[in-house]
Design a protein around this ligand. Structure first.
Ligand SMILES: C[S@@+](CC[C@H](N)C(=O)[O-])C[C@H]1O[C@@H](n2cnc3c(N)ncnc32)[C@H](O)[C@@H]1O
Ligand code: SF4
Length: 433
């Protein structure tokens, strides 16, 4: 029956027999990788060695058009200790880094130029003007608002000629969740996900990830209040861009700035096993794993990454990492309900067996349809039945409703830009009075 449901999709599923891997990265991505090799010869490039220690330089491409002088460092590429080192390496007190950090991230200030920071030492202002970039290359192009109040921010990246999207989801009791993107497109090719159709165009830098949150916070601060939660569930596979993502998450939880609780910053992955290990050992933020099937047969077809790391390998890794490195915490297991694909009674029974020894919370996600998708959502009554079976076995399980799906803002729908009237676009982009 399951296979029958997949028949319409079979050609496409079978044809996608391999996960597109990192080494088939597009030219732009390869250019950045090759660039890091050229960093090994700093003198030849006319760049002073201390500058090379700072991630803003590397993430930014590093050189000006002439290829000799260093470009500005991108401040939002740096974690707090790195910013302190950068400030000190230019002969200033570390306390100036703390002040700068507060103005970048703290207390709703979010400044974009040293000129507006009061009582700043003149030489420090010159240093910032000459050598530092406050905001990365990420232009807010549009804000769409769905009927349920969910907002989608569309950012344009000039160097890729493409957009990435960020979603703000107002919740009950003052909860405000920002869903950030980590890549432009995605290489993982999950068959039910619209973002997969873009393929991978490139990775976002730490600064570009953090900036999504800063801009979203600024836009919603007057009417919704503070952002309370961040989920890396927008465009892209966060652990395919793990270094930038871990650093962005570190900046988000820093208590002198954005100060989110690490438990409220969740990184979601389709299941890259070595990167899950690295993440659990080097970040304190929460982990979500998109399981989405209970047999390798089905998962191989809907999530090609399963052909590399199958369900057993994935769940063994998750269990071991949670028990060893995250005692007392639970992993979120995401499960998109696909009609006649992964939603049977047998699936519920297998799911219980698979996860019963893992400290976890299961989220059943309603499938969000998109143009060209061969999948259909499981009817709500069936989702409720599935949930009850899993809950009766003593597992923690919730149903996640779609938010913003009328404006294509829900999970797995990102990657399109909707036309708006110029008047409404102007209204939505303004900060509320
Ligand atoms: C878009 S992904 C981004 C994070 C990461 N790449 C991952 O797969 O976990 C976030 C979540 O959306 C789910 N998802 C993808 N396409 C979906 C769709 N069309 N409807 C509902 N959920 C979807 C994924 O299974 C995942 O749990
Ligand atoms: S579900 Fe996640 S990993 Fe899969 S294609 Fe979509 S964004 Fe990529």
């Amino acid at each position: 029956m399951v296979m029958a449901a997949l028949v319409g999709n079979a050609g496409r599923l079978i044809a996608s027999s391999a996960v597109r891997c990192t080494c088939s990265a597009p030219v732009r991505t390869r250019r950045l990788i090759c660039f890091s090799a050229s960093l090994q010869k700093p003198q030849a490039a006319g760049i002073s060695a201390p500058e090379l220690d700072f991630p803003g330089i590397v993430g930014d491409g590093g050189f000006n058009a002439a290829g000799r002088a260093p470009r500005k460092v991108s401040l939002k590429d740096m974690t707090f200790p790195e910013l302190e080192r950068w400030v000190e390496s230019h002969g200033h007190k570390a306390s100036r880094a703390a002040m700068l950090w507060r103005h970048l991230y703290g207390n709703g200030k979010w400044v974009e130029s040293p000129a507006v920071i009061p009582r700043l030492n003149k030489e420090f202002v010159s240093l910032l003007e000459e050598r530092a970039e406050f905001a990365p290359n990420l232009q807010l192009r549009d804000v769409h608002t769905a009927r349920d109040g969910t907002r989608k921010l569309v950012f344009f990246l000039e160097e890729y000629g493409a957009s990435v999207e960020t979603v703000v989801i107002p919740g009950p009791r003052g909860r405000v969740t920002v869903c950030v993107s980590s890549q432009i497109g995605c290489a993982m090719n999950c068959q039910f996900c619209f973002t997969a159709k873009m393929g991978l165009r490139g990775n976002l830098s730490t600064a570009q990830i953090v900036e999504q949150l800063v801009v979203a916070s600024r836009i919603v601060s007057k009417d919704l209040g503070h952002v309370t939660n961040v989920v890396f569930m927008g465009m892209g596979e966060p652990l395919h861009n793990i270094d930038s993502v871990i650093r962005a998450a570190e900046i988000m939880v820093n208590d002198k700035g954005l100060h989110l609780s690490p438990r409220k910053v969740t990184i979601s992955t389709s299941g890259l096993v070595p990167q899950i290990r690295k993440f659990c050992r080097s970040s304190e933020c929460a982990l979500a794993v998109s399981l989405n099937a209970t047999t390798d047969d089905i998962r191989d077809q809907i999530m090609p990454i399963n052909r590399k790391y199958n369900i057993r390998t994935l769940l063994d890794c998750v269990k071991e990492e949670m028990i060893t490195h995250r005692p007392g915490e639970s992993v979120f297991l995401e499960y998109v309900m696909l009609k006649n694909v992964n939603d049977s009674e047998e699936d519920a029974t297998r799911l219980i067996e698979l996860v019963k020894d893992i400290p976890c919370k299961i989220n059943l996600i309603m499938f969000n349809s998109h143009p060209g998708s061969a999948f259909e959502p499981t009817p709500l009554v069936e989702v409720l039945r599935f949930r009850d079976r899993v809950a009766d076995a003593g597992l923690v399980v919730h149903i996640r409703n779609s938010r913003g799906d009328d404006e294509k803002m829900a999970c797995g729908q990102l990657g399109t830009v909707l036309p708006r009237s110029p008047r409404r676009r102007k209204q939505e982009m303004q900060e509320p009075a």
